[in-house]
Write a protein that binds this ligand. Structure first.
Ligand code: HEC
Ligand code: HEC
Length: 228
């Protein structure tokens, strides 16, 4: 609304206490909004992770001890987000758990609790978390696995020790042995065929179960760089 000429001519009314409070209140509200926006990335991701069921299965900080569940902490944010979406939309399916349901099923069933933006915030937060300490297993099997990893050219896509993948591909360093073995077998058999998995399927078609197991032992012992 424009000020009328009449108002412009009149002497300005002195500020009452109520006016001052209103001004202070507006300033405080603006400051709170600015603070909220600045901290949104960090706080929201963590809050959302804790309140949108993820923590129940993936544990505090994305590193629960269940061996067939992946360590999420320190994985690439884009990869994390893509996999969440693929599981939510049923594009990524796994083999059965002990009760005969796909291991991805229970997660798929709850993914409607979070919006796309919320999943992105969770992915960004998870990517920034320190990876869990590596598990050092049997030295002879690890050496055997390192050799098979190198002979199978896994490093061409996933990098040395699985820690420095090509752009868009997952870090596999410091991943749980059982989870790694399941993924190798299910990508090889075509059960998991989401995203770019087909690219890997062609390369590992002739990998023996024994080599796959040794590689899984090896990858569970390699160090994941924080924040990749
Ligand atoms: C009921 C248990 C359960 C819940 C709840 C759950 N997940 Fe999962 N999630 C799993 C399992 C099991 C897998 C591995 C599936 C497989 O073996 O292929 C998985 C896989 C993933 C992956 C793929 C990791 C990779 O390395 O490819 C991401 C990312 C993920 N979950 C994020 C989340 C987020 C974020 C939430 C919360 C919105 C969530 N999950 C809720 C059980 C769960
Ligand atoms: C041509 C590139 C390529 C090669 C070679 C390759 N991979 Fe992969 N791998 C991928 C891609 C891409 C994905 C992710 C697929 C997706 O979800 O989009 C993947 C996924 C994985 C996963 C699952 C990661 C997770 O968090 O769920 C594991 C484990 C893995 N690869 C191990 C291996 C091993 C071991 C070898 C060697 C025997 C290998 N890969 C060779 C491209 C490759």
């Amino acid at each position: 609304m424009r000020a009328s000429p009449f108002l412009l001519k009149t002497k300005r009314r002195p500020m009452t206490m109520r006016d001052r409070l209103a001004v202070l209140g507006a300033a405080a509200a603006a400051a709170t909004l600015a603070l909220g926006a600045a901290a949104a990335d960090e706080l929201n991701g963590k809050q959302l992770y804790l309140t949108r069921t993820c923590v129940a299965c993936h544990g505090k900080g994305g590193a629960k001890a269940i061996q067939s569940y992946p360590n999420l902490a320190g994985l690439d944010a884009d990869y994390l987000y893509r996999e969440m979406k693929d599981i939510a939309e049923g594009k990524r399916v796994s083999g059965p758990d002990a009760r005969g349901y796909p291991r991805t099923q229970a997660m798929k069933d709850v993914m409607n609790v979070a919006t796309d933006d919320e999943l992105k915030a969770i992915a960004a937060w998870l990517a920034a978390q320190a990876p869990p300490p590596v598990v050092v297993g049997d030295a002879a099997r690890i050496a055997r696995g390192a050799e098979a990893y190198s002979n199978s050219a896994c490093g061409g896509c996933h990098g040395d020790g699985g820690a420095k993948p090509l752009e868009t591909m997952p870090v596999v360093a410091g991943q749980k042995k059982d989870y790694v073995l399941l993924q190798i077998k299910e990508i090889r058999s075509g059960v998991r065929a989401n995203g770019q998995a087909g690219m890997m399927k062609d390369v590992i078609e002739h990998l023996s179960d024994d080599d796959a197991e040794a590689i899984a032992e090896y990858l569970s012992s390699t160090v994941r760089a924080a924040g990749k």
